[in-house]
Design a protein around this ligand. Sequence first.
Ligand code: BES
Ligand code: MN
Ligand code: ZN
Length: 509
Amino acid sequence: MKFEVVTGPLTARRESILLGVTEGKTLPAWADGWAAPVRKGVEGLLKSGRFHGKLNETFLLPVDSHWPAGRGAASNSRSQWIILVGAGKKEELTLDRVRQAAATASRRALSAGIDGFARGLVQVPGAKPEEVAQVVTEGTILGTYRYLELKEVPPEERRSLKTVTLVVKTAQEAAVARAGIRRGQAIAEAVCWARDMINRPSNRLTPTAMAQEAKAAAKKFRFRCRVLGPDQMRRLGMNAVLAVAQGSKEPSRFIILEYRGAGTRQKRPLVWLGKGITFDSGGISIKPADKMEQMKYDMSGGAAVLGALRAIAALKLPVHVVGLVPATENLPGGSAQKPGDVIRAFGGRTIEVINTDAEGRLVLADALAYAQRYKPEGMVDLATLTGACVVALGQHAMGLMGNNPKLIDEVKAAATRSQERAWELPLWPEYAESIRSDVADVKNVGDGKAGTITAGYFLKEFAKETPWVHLDIAGVAWSDSDRGYLRKGATGAGVRLLVELATHWKGVR
Ligand code: BES
Ligand code: MN
Ligand code: ZN
């Protein structure tokens, strides 16, 4: 897909045209300068009650010799179309709604056989034109994403948009739009890469394959990547990752990424950690069969860390970030860890494994303890950690917990800016009581109440004094349906949030 920027009036374009319309029956200002039959056609449609401008509503109007008779019925790739998309109420317009509308409209165009269109840039209250260009680019790429690696589909289903043309008024606006497009492309392509890894089944995206993806990206986008195998992990004492890996024949991998942007004044790195369970069967505490196939997405946190590192490297942001992804399967093989086992995590703390299905916090325990080596300025982990988080917040927000108000505020600000919503849950000391063990320093499950918080509290014990935020992305990492710029399946949640965090990183000390 190619993005172009041109100056001149949108009404002079010969290709199909995408128009965002807010709710209301009046003809918007963009229709000035349009040929009378076109104006009439759009006006007629708005008055007819067949198109209201509600968010993500679409309508195709043909602009051809038969105008305005055809009215969006047939699909004909040779004619010019007006692709109308609703943007909701004018006073409720946000960057995220523009991103959603761009996605929905692009998808509608593509399924109608339209392979490119021109569009303008709306004004969003409180947002810069560069940001509008960015979200339009993100919406178009993310909304038309599909996972087709393993499926034979008719060629017309494999088509993608060829050219999207942003039409602006002045050369200065064009420069601003190009900057926004560049940022939007780097981010959206990183999200699509994360989605591909997450959607890829676990027999194909093994821990080894995930590490190879990381290495290839590191080479292409110029950041460092080191991968530890089981032997090196054993020497270091990463016994929690190894314990989870015990039940599987696939060797575990500990992926270490480092990006240091030119011009960074950071003395200590920001460390991002991502849960990389390429398949979670639960282990000996095995999960029920229903929907177990979805547990290939249990490496979504790891994919988000890889994706965000790739994006900030592509954008050459002036920051210093380390990424850590402990990657393994969680299977109930003959040598699998068993309930009651006690393991010694990296750094020496002991953990009683009550439930082998609480494996994410185990691999993150090693990773958080290992991260201390970098003397991080702050740590942010992302993990599909608890089903309880899906119950609490559903698909619309991640759970957020942390030990440092300043870092929590920075992450919240990044969540707001990226519209990857995060909602804070408390880590009051009383919650610690339920993870006290009779035989070890800590146990890996609580009493069944507040499951998201007890998981967070467990991680807190390994973050120690280092400023740290935990994001439980179990609810947001997978979508059951197409929704705006999210497609059914992997969402790539967390990439946009982390890139925002890196962009505005001020430090917490
Ligand atoms: N990967 C799961 C959490 C999960 C569940 C993510 C459903 C997405 C959808 C995690 O490893 C897990 O199994 N957690 C357990 C913890 C429990 C044993 C304390 C859970 O949430 O049931
Ligand atoms: Mn589990
Ligand atoms: Zn899991």
